[in-house]
Design a protein around this ligand. Structure first.
Ligand code: MGD
Ligand code: MGD
Ligand code: MO
Length: 761
């Protein structure tokens, strides 16, 4: 039973809106997930796939980076994991005939949904100079095209190598090795648009850019879990199972969000009978409806109250921890004392009573975890905001002990691992030294371009070859039109992909699509089945083995593609044994074990069920590898965003039916949206003030120093979001995000705080 891909694109005329849902998951969730897999993959292939998802001998879910429990349930997958698998296991194919029928100019007019629905890419394809069609090309010729273009560059820095976070550790390690042997650190990645702000704030303050908690800290130990700037019901559904477990043993949960997200309110666990028949577990004990970008002011206000309470009672702060393990407390405390109460109200929209209610929760909890995602990382003040969260944790010694710590919840299933493997435009010298010593070369030291700077370099004509190992650069990046034009001007673009997407239809002058194996597929090299490894949000490294037959005989693994290309470009004299790496991935792991700290005895340790955990000094021994070997309190100036009259702050978010730029369907069930995506959620009182009725068709217009940007044909939906704060889906709204509107320090596009006006049409 397979559905044909839709011939016609959708329009929004069928859109309808219902009231938002109160409870997440439960039976409808599972049914939705299963229907997707079985429809697209056929019943037998579908069930075969789901059975081994996130099991110890199976493959890692290509969805989010939430960790697997020690003993996975038989069905350790969620509705959205099932959709991610269906997307990959689909029986639809995009082959040479497809590209004969559809010229690039026509494909460019299609929605992301339509493009994704066409199926799996099956054959390497080539667009020759300015042609309107892709034509098939052999792997050998394809590598030749790339090698020739690279040979024509004046400097290796005219090439950029993007990575999306689904890439395995093995492929990522080889990819960065190839780029650095070529001579460039131009390794932009999706993390630049994702948790870069978390990495920047955490490295500086606690000495490591990763979260400090494990799954059992949440399920078994924390007394208070704060979920801020995150929508786990949609984006990390298995996290709800962990929160439910915490809740049942008495933990308290606070949600801080401009939107009353369904999953945070109540949850029916689909993996338990109770969840199927019962009413579900109410999750959040306290919900604070904060304004967009208000979290820095919020945590500063909280920190101030904690310090002031301690001045009265002497038992609120962890004085011993502060004295032994931290620096900078006095300066930070002086900063909080100078905080202006009016600024706090303006930034957060919260009353002092609401802030006090939160402080009460904090003071009565012996251990606190703060979880966050894109709601904190994609604002101008993201890095200061996350630093304030570190301040908050340090005040009561909430780090490096059970049930306490920082938990940035990662997005892509291996985005954290890719960084560990060296995918970063500014990898530290210690890593480069080790890499150079292992492979006998001198890696380039000058920092490369991140994602936003790669686009700037394209605009300036400084990039001749752009290659992407996965992802959808054209749709995921800001300033869609400008970025598309930048990509079109690049002499050669290369996309290693599983599915057709926007990046293929806004190609460079010459362009290659190289189809690869997905996570779910068997990877056999020289007769031997291979596995790859990934690292989750909590630094657990484990194996992933595909089980399905590959979607086409022509697909190559990412490892094989990178190695094949590296050999062709670097030539036969290059001493790196690329062929050996492709034939046996354990040979790559052997090298990783010698270059990357924490991977000693990699092959042996990853064989253990569930894998192994990487070292994390603050978590393991309260050791902080910072400039002064202490956890650092920081002083962060507060800059309150001022909204011109008649304007709203727009955040760009995910619906329940998408994985980033991959659109699974046209519903956002929990928020009550059906059959359409071009909606903008606005508070009822703001609509009254603007004189715009619910349901009005509008254009969204963003204003920036260099002019206006427009995203046409949205429909207004009256929604209980915070005052002054609108929301609409990404990637459609990326057209509105100016390239230069980025977070300070991390340079992450500030796609959660775009000033817009609504123009009725
Ligand atoms: N099914 C599915 N799973 C996914 C993904 C997917 O697209 N689909 N994407 C994956 C990836 S790469 C990532 S990074 C994660 C993303 O996971 P999320 O970060 O949960 O994703 P978003 O939809 O961007 O939601 C942002 C949330 O933060 C809130 N928010 C926005 N601004 C603020 C603010 O200023 N303050 C506060 N307190 N809250 C704010 C929003 O209302 C929303 O609830 O999910 C991963 N998992
Ligand atoms: N406005 C706005 N923009 C955003 C965000 C936002 O919240 N708002 N979020 C940002 C975030 S958090 C992220 S992480 C980025 C995401 O940016 P990307 O990671 O670049 O985008 P994805 O949509 O995840 O990429 C999907 C494509 O990856 C390919 N793919 C899937 N699986 C595999 C595989 O196993 N191997 C290979 N080689 N290819 C594969 C498929 O061809 C698919 O079309 O977007 C960012 N952009
Ligand atoms: Mo992400």
């Amino acid at each position: 039973m397979t559905k044909d891909a839709p011939e016609h694109d959708y329009d929004d005329s069928q859109l309808f809106v219902q009231p938002p849902k109160h409870t997440a998951a439960g039976v409808p969730g599972v049914v939705h997930g299963l229907r997707d897999v079985l429809d697209q993959a056929g019943a037998r292939r579908g069930w075969q796939t789901l059975r081994v998802l996130n099991q110890h001998d199976g493959f890692d879910c290509p969805g989010c980076a939430w960790p697997e429990p020690d003993k996975p349930h038989l069905a350790e997958f969620c509705e959205n994991g099932a959709k991610a698998v269906a997307e990959e296991a689909t029986t639809r194919r995009v082959g040479p005939e497809f590209f004969t029928t559809h010229p690039i100019s026509e494909l460019a007019t299609k929605t992301d949904y339509w493009l994704g629905q066409q199926g799996r890419l099956s054959t390497p394809m080539f667009r020759d100079t300015d042609s309107d069609h892709y034509r098939p090309i052999s792997w050998d010729e394809a590598f030749g095209v790339i090698a020739d273009e690279l040979a024509g560059t004046d400097s290796p820095d005219q090439a950029a190598f993007y990575t999306s976070g689904r890439t395995s550790n093995e492929a990522a390690f080889l990819y960065q090795l190839f780029a650095r042997k070529l001579g460039t650190n131009n390794l932009p990645d999706c993390s630049n648009m994702c948790h870069e702000s978390s990495g920047a704030a955490l490295s500086e303050t606690i000495g490591i850019g990763k979260g400090s908690v494990s799954l059992t800290d949440i399920t078994d130990h924390a007394e208070l879990i704060v979920v801020v700037g995150q929508n786990p019901g949609t984006n990390h559904p298995r996290m709800l199972t962990a929160l439910e477990e915490a809740k049942r043993r008495g933990a308290r949960i606070v949600a801080i969000n401009p939107l009353p997200e369904t999953g945070l309110r109540a949850f029916k666990n689909p993996q338990k009978v109770r969840g199927v028949v019962g009413k579900g577990t109410p999750l959040a004990d306290l919900f604070l409806q904060i304004r967009l970008g208000g979290d820095q002011a919020f945590f500063q206000a909280v920190n101030r109250i904690l310090v002031e309470s301690d001045e009265r009672t002497g038992d609120v702060l962890d004085h011993r921890f502060i004295a032994e393990h931290t620096s900078g407390f006095e300066a930070a405390a002086a900063g909080w004392r100078a905080l202006d109460a009016n600024d706090v109200v303006a930034a957060t929209g919260l009353s002092s009573r609401q802030i006090s209610a939160f402080v009460d929760e904090v003071i009565s909890a012996k251990s606190v975890i703060v979880c966050w995602a894109m709601g904190l990382t994609q604002h101008k003040n993201s890095v200061p905001t996350i630093r304030e969260i570190v301040n908050f944790l340090l005040l009561r010694g909430n780090i490096g002990r059970p049930g306490a710590g920082a938990c940035p919840v990662r997005g892509h299933s291996n985005v954290q691992g890719d960084r560990t493997m060296g995918i970063w435009e500014k990898m530290p010298d210690a890593f480069l030294d080790a890499l150079g010593a292992e492979f006998g070369f001198e890696p380039p030291r000058e920092h490369g371009h991140d994602t936003v700077n790669t686009i700037r370099a394209m605009i300036d004509g400084r990039i001749r070859v752009f290659m992407a190992l996965g992802g959808n650069f054209a749709a995921a990046t800001p300033d869609s039109e400008r970025t598309a034009n930048a990509l079109r001007s690049v002499p050669l673009t290369v996309h290693v992909s599983t599915k057709l997407n926007r990046s293929h239809v806004v190609p460079g002058r010459r362009s290659l699509i190289l189809p690869c194996l997905g996570r779910t597929e068997r990877d056999v090299q020289t007769g031997r089945e291979q596995f790859v490894t990934v690292e989750d949000s909590m630094s657990m490294v484990h194996a992933s083995r595909g089980k399905l037959p590959p979607a086409s005989g022509e697909l190559r693994s990412e490892v094989a593609i990178v190695s094949g290309l590296a050999r062709r470009v670097l030539g036969n004299d290059d001493p790196t044994p690329w062929e050996e790496f492709t034939a046996d991935y354990s040979k790559i792991r052997e090298r990783i074990s010698r270059v990357v700290p924490g991977f000693e005895n990699f092959e042996q340790r990853v064989a253990a069920p569930g894998g192994f955990v990487l070292p994390h000094p603050p978590r393991d021994e309260r050791r902080f590898n910072t400039a002064d070997a202490r956890a650092r309190f920081t002083v962060n100036d507060l800059d309150v965003m001022v909204l011109p009259p008649g304007r709203l702050i727009l955040q760009t978010i995910r619906s329940h039916d998408q994985f980033n730029t991959t659109i699974y369907g046209l519903d956002d069930r929990y928020r009550g949206i059906h059959n359409g995506r071009r909606v903008v959620f606005v508070n009822h009182d703001d609509l009254e003030e603007l004189g715009i009725a619910d349901g009005t068709p509008v254009d969204l217009v963003s204003e920036w120093g260099d002019g206006e940007r427009r995203a046409p044909a949205f429909r207004v939906v009256s929604f209980p979001t915070a005052r002054g704060c609108a929301a609409a889906y990404y990637p459609e709204t990326n057209a509105l995000v100016p390239l230069d509107h980025t977070a300070d320090i991390s340079n992450t596009p500030a796609s959660k705080s775009v000033i817009v006006r609504l123009e009725p049409t």
